[in-house]
Design a protein around this ligand. Structure first.
Ligand SMILES: Cc1cc2nc3c(=O)[nH]c(=O)nc-3n(C[C@H](O)[C@H](O)[C@H](O)COP(=O)(O)OP(=O)(O)OC[C@H]3O[C@@H](n4cnc5c(N)ncnc54)[C@H](O)[C@@H]3O)c2cc1C
Length: 141
């Protein structure tokens, strides 16, 4: 597997994040949940109120299932755990400072990804996962 990341030196952006049970199940499947849980704060309920103390949100995880919880985290914990796992995996090649702006096909029908500006092609790949965020320019392709 090859990951193309346009940022030269990836790092955590932002401060806090609440990891929900769905995200935790993905980390568990990757074998990465224990070190993240160890550095997070377990949340049994989400509660918000106005300045006049009127409740506007009250969601208890136990209303859904007794063993569910949220996890309050510094974003750096999540980033560092995932990034270290990527770097440690012999199955993953990480190419930073490579922005991808287009997709095309090789002669054998497999996928090529095309670099921004230089138009350099990489591949062929059997499968391309487009995971370039909410402002993706590739998703339509
Ligand atoms: C203020 C704020 C608070 C939030 N709080 C929470 C929270 O508490 N809990 C929660 O679950 N979610 C929260 N979110 C949402 C969460 O951050 C996003 O849903 C999540 O980051 C989306 O992940 P992603 O991998 O789809 O995209 P991104 O995290 O945006 O990752 C996309 C990656 O692709 C790279 N990239 C982009 N374009 C290219 C390109 N052309 N070529 C190569 N690489 C490219 C980017 O550099 C980036 O590394 C919050 C978001 C914001 C803004």
């Amino acid at each position: 597997m090859t990951i193309f990341e346009r940022v030269p030196e990836p790092k955590a952006i932002g401060a806090g994040i609440v990891l929900q049970p769905s995200g935790m199940s993905v980390l568990a499947a990757l074998g990465l949940l224990p070190p993240v849980v160890a550095r997070g704060a377990v949340l049994r309920e989400l509660y918000a109120e106005t300045s006049k103390r009127r409740p506007v949100l009250k969601l208890a995880y136990s209303d859904v299932a007794g063993d569910l919880y949220g996890l309050g985290l510094h974003r750096g914990v999540l980033f560092q755990t995932l990034f270290e796992a990527v770097k440690a995996s012999p199955a993953i090649t990480l190419k930073c400072a490579v922005g991808i702006e287009d997709l095309t096909r090789a002669r054998d029908g497999r996928n090529l990804v095309v670099e921004t500006d230089s138009r350099k092609e990489h591949g062929p790949f059997d499968l391309v996962v487009v995971a370039d965020g909410a402002r993706s320019r590739l998703r339509r392709r």
